[in-house]
Design a protein around this ligand. Structure first.
Ligand code: URA
Length: 427
């Protein structure tokens, strides 16, 4: 005998009322068990999409999704734990240099990550371009690497964490109920809280290449997630960062690993270094480490040492040559001027069409596909100068990638307003 009738629960939300805690706990549990069917949960998700949820409902929804699976606990580690989550962008490889950089200062980083879907890349797809590297680790291996090992782990989130979210996210994906702030916030935070981190820094992307195109929406998402963290006793802080143009000078799996290694060697593009250091400082501050020089740890090779250990611990051949697509195509400037726009979404879709991303979960990705960016917004350009180089294993993909760049590259007479990486913060 079930505690509630799902039709009554759907009707409550359909009519614009708040769901009670017992109703939320029951509906998430019953959906995970299969007692509430996909079509019923789809109706409830659409009612939530249209009617919204108040703070208590979102908090309870998140707790119920956490309770649907296992919860990791790193309290017994000698090191504090800190993690970051990005809502996803184009060229966003920050996790790769960030995790080893933070671990240099004896703060453990449990980065349980996912794969990319659509035009944004996935951290695991990027690391899998390193020959031999494996994404899956047992809980024992994760504890050992965080405790006695190098202190940084980037691996696949196991099926046991927030299984209700996995089922619900797949359903939202096919029922047009993804872009709903209460559902996005509870989805992200249920996984991060179940992962057991002590503190969490959120990188909420804003702009054409992000989920949130508009800064006010991004602020609302960030505020909702910071509140959910507080409700669960996880110290949480959010940055809103620019995603109107790609981050750094590479988009694509192996290309982004190469750029991350440049950052770990003390070089790399200024925007990638700035964001990596900003997030690292905040993760360390939230873990009680305030007197730290993160830039020095990039310059003097300490972060690189942790990277090497982290990659080798998961079978990666850290010195192996990274793959690059067999075919390439250069996009040249059509006129003199200043590069005004290099649109993140256009570049992300082009990279995806070159084979760097997937349309459905089961698709393979090409390690060597992607785009090298030679010119960033604000740079002067001369007609005939190379702007981008496209890479892929399949020549037939190039025309479709070029189509998605149409309108995404604008050369004008003057520079755009000076770009800031960090647009706002919410803590
Ligand atoms: N990422 C998630 O994990 N969940 C969402 O709902 C959206 C983005």
């Amino acid at each position: 005998m079930e505690l509630f009738d799902v039709v009554d629960v759907i009707r409550v939300k359909r009519d614009g009322h708040a769901l009670t805690k017992p109703q939320i706990d029951w509906v998430i549990d019953a959906y995970t068990r299969g007692a509430v069917k996909d079509e019923q949960m789809a109706a409830l998700a659409m009612a939530i999409f249209l009617r919204g949820m108040n703070r208590e409902e979102i908090s309870q929804w998140t707790s119920a999704m956490i309770a649907s699976g296992e919860r990791m606990d790193f309290a017994s580690l000698a090191r504090p734990t800190a993690d970051k989550h990005s809502t996803g962008g184009v060229g966003d490889k920050i996790t790769l240099p960030l995790a080893p950089l933070v671990a240099v200062f004896d703060v453990a980083v449990p980065q349980l990550s996912g794969r990319g879907l659509g035009h944004t890349g996935g951290t695991l797809d990027k690391l899998e371009s390193i020959p031999g590297w494996r994404a899956s680790m047992s809980n024992e291996e994760i504890y050992s690497q965080l405790g006695e090992g190098c202190g940084a782990v980037i691996c696949a989130a196991g099926a046991g964490l927030a299984p209700a979210d996995k089922k619900l996210y797949a359903l939202r994906d096919i029922t047009s109920t993804v872009d709903c702030i209460p559902l996005i916030a509870s989805s992200i935070m249920s996984k991060k809280i179940a992962e057991g981190t002590g503190s969490l820094v959120l990188d909420v992307k804003v702009g054409s290449g992000a989920f949130m195109k508009d800064i006010d929406q991004a602020r609302e998402l960030a505020r909702t997630m910071v509140d959910l963290g507080a409700d669960a006793d996880v110290k949480t802080f959010a940055y809103l960062t620019d995603m109107s143009t790609p981050l750094g000078l590479t988009v694509g799996n192996a290309l982004e690993v190469r750029e991350s290694v440049e950052v770990l060697a003390g070089g790399g593009p200024a925007d990638v270094v700035e964001l990596t250091c900003t997030l690292a400082r905040k993760m360390l501050e939230m873990s009680g480490k305030t007197d730290v020089d993160v830039e020095a740890a990039l310059k003097d090779g300490r972060a690189m040492d942790v990277w090497r250990e982290m990659i080798e611990a998961q079978g990666g051949e850290v010195d192996a040559e990274l793959p690059i697509g067999a075919e390439s195509h250069v996009v040249f400037a059509q006129e003199d001027g200043v590069l005004h726009t290099l649109d993140a979404l256009s570049v992300g879709v082009a990279s995806w069409r070159l084979g760097a991303g997937r349309a459905v979960k089961e698709d393979p990705v090409q390690a060597g596909a992607g785009i090298e960016i030679h010119t960033k917004p604000g740079d002067p350009v001369k007609k005939g100068q190379p702007l981008l180089t496209l890479h892929t294993d399949d020549e037939w993909r190039i025309p479709r990638a070029l189509e998605s760049l149409e309108g995404g590259i604008v050369i004008g007479d003057s520079a755009p307003d000076a770009a800031c990486v960090v647009l706002d913060e919410i803590g």
